[in-house]
Structure formats: structure tokens, C-alpha cells
Design a protein around this ligand. Sequence first.
Ligand code: NAD
Ligand code: TYD
Length: 332
Amino acid sequence: MRKYLVTGGAGFIGSNYIRYMLNKYKDVSIINLDKLTYAGNLENLKDVENDPRYEFVKGDIGDEAIVDELIAKADVVVNFAAESHVDRSIGAPDDFIKTDIFGAFVLLEAARKHHVDRFIQISTDEVYGSIENGSFKETDPLMPSSPYSASKTGADRLAFSYFVTYGVPVIITRCSNNYGPFHYPEKLIPLFITNALEDKPLPIYGDGLYVRDWIYVEDHCAGVDFVTEKGEPGEVYNIGGGNERTNLEITDYVLRKLEKPETLKTFVKDRPGHDRRYAVDCSKMNAMGWKPKHDLTQALDKTISWYIDNRSWWEKIKSGEYLDYYKQQYQS
Ligand code: NAD
Ligand code: TYD
């Protein structure tokens, strides 16, 4: 029985990953360490909460005592825990430094002490910064431009240093923009689907011609599992969806699908330091025999249906904490 410590497992990608792993493998046990910030939601894991192979522990990855105790029992650590929203990092970077960098440090120290088999650091394509043409390879320089991506870069390189300096078997993944069920409705796709369902304006930053490469969350989860099995310690792996779209293309698709009027499109003040385009070169993963399985249109349709069918999940979120001040700050 392989023992996993998954951090940030009550968030969007972490909860999808836990479900994916419990479905795929009989012989795994998973401890989910999550602080339950505004983005952590145990409802995301209702269907697995009674699985005897799964345990939830509420706690902070920056808390040395709890991390030490849990990593002592783990074979594999997968660190998803992070503050993850660029707009919030612009309003208040503090927690990004504390969780994304210091939290990763605490985990790495414990991994070093307890000799884990693998430490998977979930990084992001945002560490490379923006690229006008072409795509970034794993060996390209990192030029993050938001406090979020800079914090993630700190953790990414700190994790690498623990491989080089102490031999901790670290693997780093840099994935593109995810979408799918349980995505917190402050990010583009779930915000626009849910706003459209409520006949509310869809706030498009700047000219809407910013480009992201979209990957269905299950493909990301499969990619993380793939590198855990087949990846080499000390290596970085880009994981991309191969689906570049402008924000306006995504917006138009959502509106058409939900049969909502174009007039919901609302151009608002741009995000400061907004990266024009993200793109990763995935030839390294492709050469190892991995590629994403989901087609953007079909998986986006499935995602839209999920938000239609799970209205109470996102209505609860949107009626509370969601309407916070960081968000409103950039939408006047
Ligand atoms: P999310 O915001 O939905 O979830 C983050 C989770 O981490 C939440 O459950 C939260 O409670 C938990 N958390 C936050 N601070 C913590 C702390 N100090 N201790 C323990 N738990 C804490 O984020 P997500 O979109 O699921 O992203 C997960 C990871 O994947 C992040 O590391 C993010 O940088 C990375 N990533 C995300 C994307 C994307 O498109 N969402 C793309 C590439 C990489
Ligand atoms: P987001 O989902 O925040 O992901 P990231 O910034 O990490 O890529 O945003 C995706 C794109 O959508 C990005 O170019 C910013 C833009 N965007 C809007 O135009 N309006 C919004 O309300 C949000 C949340 C994002």
C-alpha cells in the first residue's frame, strides 16, 4: 500500500486528484492536509470522505509539527497547497509568500528528514512569464510577473535546490490553466459560467485578447500521476492542454452554449501586470508517451453541465466570502 500525503486536497485540482487516485488504484492511502482557506471546501470530497483509504487533516503546510508527523508516515508527497489566484496576490501578497514559499520550505525540510520516495511540487506555467510567440521549454529562464507566479517560482526553485543539495527526490510539474468541476468561481471559466447562469455581467479584463492554454483538470491529475511513476528526480515537466484560446473566445463559447446575450460581455479595467500569453512546450512529456485525453469543446461542455447541475455548490460560495474586496478593487 503506497501512502500519499496530498496537501491542498480540498481545493480545485487537489480534490480532483484525490478522487482520480482513489478510483485508479486500489492499493493507495491518502492523507489530505489542508488549511481550509476560502478556497478549500470539504464538499469537494463528499463522495470519498468515508473511504477507509482516505483521511482529512485540517492544518497549515507551514506548521512544522503537523507536517513532520504526517510526512513521517508518507511515501509520496504531492504539494498542491497554495494561494492560487493572481488577482488576490495583487491585492494582498502576504499569504502567497507564507504558503507558496515558506509552506513549501517546511514540507521540503520534513521530506529531507524522513527520506520520502517522491516529492511532487505542483508548479505552474506562469513561472515562465508571458511569451508572444512559440512556447517555453523546461530549460527556459523563469520570468514571473505577479506576486503569485513569483511565489510559485520561489517554491519551484527551492524544491529543485533540495534535489541538488540534499538529494530529495523532487519532481516539478508546470501545468497550464485548468478547468473542470469544483473550480472556485473567482477564476475565468467558472466565474463566467456562473455569472452567465445568473444573468450577471462577465467582466473581461482589458481587450480580452489575452491567451491561455486550457487543460481539463482530469488530464492534469493524470499527468501528475504519470510523472510520479515515470518521471526522474530533479526533472521539471511541462503539462499543457494544447488548447490556446483568447479570453474572448472562451467568453463567446460560454455565452453561446448557455444561450445568453452578448450584452453580458463587459470590458473592465485591466489586471495590473497582466501576462499576455502563456504557452508551454510539452515535447518532453509527449516523448515519454503522455498526452492529454480531453478535447476542449467536449470537456468544456461537460464542465458547463456540471455547473448547471451543481448550482447549490457555487451559490453557497458566491453568496459569502467570494464578494471580497480584492476582487472588487480591479473591476471599477
Ligand atoms: P485552489 O485555490 O483551488 O486550492 C488551494 C488549496 O490549498 C485549498 O484547498 C486551500 O485551502 C489549500 N491551502 C491554501 N493554503 C494552505 C496552507 N497554508 N496549508 C494547507 N493548505 C492550504 O487551487 P488550485 O487551482 O486547485 O491549484 C492547486 C495547485 O495547482 C496550486 O499549487 C497552483 O499553483 C497549481 N496550479 C494551478 C493551476 C490552475 O489552473 N488552477 C494551473 C497550474 C498549477
Ligand atoms: P484566471 O482564471 O485568473 O487565471 P490566470 O490569470 O492564472 O491565467 O484568468 C484567466 C484569464 O482570464 C486571464 O487572462 C485573466 C482573465 N480574466 C478576465 O478577463 N476576467 C476575470 O474576471 C478573470 C477572473 C480573469
